[in-house]
Design a binder for this molecule. Structure first.
Ligand SMILES: [Zn+2]
Ligand SMILES: [Zn+2]
Length: 239
């Protein structure tokens, strides 16, 4: 693996500068030793990429099985009143009860709703809180192995929504700020924004890192995406 060099010419349409732009958005160091081996990044890279205000990387974490960060986010969203959905965390008894009510029905068929309920039980155990009444029977059955987690064929369909939105934003920023075309007819050697984003993500060892996958995200960006069913009736709660 050769050393990654920043271009810095800042010329409109410079492909190298476009890749730099992508790498910079994550504050990643593509030359760190940890990129050359499998497994997690080093503490230094983790700290840089996950420092406050860098929510971009979080969207990629949410898209990765077993979806732990998505699960805790879901638990929070299901308990929120619809006003602060983005950064919801379960705060009080009422939030937990609301989350339980929203998640229980979906938990029969949605594995992450199931996981989010377990997360609520775990939080209650950790902080010495009461498990919401309506989910106590469910919690007993789930924890004693009498209730199976719903099966998921293939990827979890909702997991990549936020990540793909972040990728589309990156592509349009590269088009706008670095003056590249969004896509290119030359998949192999093209120098489009989708190529730059794919290369940048690859340098940061993030997925997707192929032109075809990044281009697919771009061409499908306006397609309506489904939401988990427990999110659909949010906002109608008492508050
Ligand atoms: Zn340049
Ligand atoms: Zn590192």
């Amino acid at each position: 693996m050769s050393l990654y060099r920043v271009c810095n010419c800042q010329a409109t349409g410079c492909y190298r500068c476009a890749v730099d732009y992508v790498v910079r958005q994550f504050d990643g160091n593509p030359n760190c030793e940890c990129r050359r081996r499998a497994g997690p990044f080093c503490i230094d890279c983790e700290a840089r990429m996950y420092s406050d205000g860098r929510e971009l990387i979080v969207e990629f974490g949410k898209a990765t099985p077993p979806y732990r960060s998505l699960t805790s986010l879901y638990a929070g969203i299901a308990g929120s009143r619809g006003d602060s959905i983005e950064h919801a965390i379960i705060m009080d008894t009422k939030d937990r009860e609301r989350a339980a009510a929203n998640l229980l029905q979906s938990a029969e068929h949605d594995p992450l709703a199931h996981d989010a309920l377990l997360r609520i039980v775990a939080d209650c155990a950790k902080y010495g809180r009461l498990v919401p009444e309506q989910m106590r029977e469910w919690a007993f059955l789930a924890l004693t192995g009498q209730l199976e987690r719903p099966k998921q064929k293939g990827k979890y369909p909702f997991a990549t929504i936020d990540r793909d939105r972040a990728i589309s934003t990156l592509i349009s920023e590269v088009v706008q700020w670095r003056g590249l075309k969004a896509t290119s007819a030359d998949e192999e050697r093209g120098t489009s924004a989708c190529h730059a984003v794919a290369e940048g993500l690859g340098l940061l060892r993030l997925q997707p890192d192929s032109y075809s996958a990044v281009k697919r995200v771009w061409t499908q960006r306006r397609r309506r995406r489904p939401n988990p069913s427990f999110l659909r009736h949010l906002g109608s709660s008492d508050g």
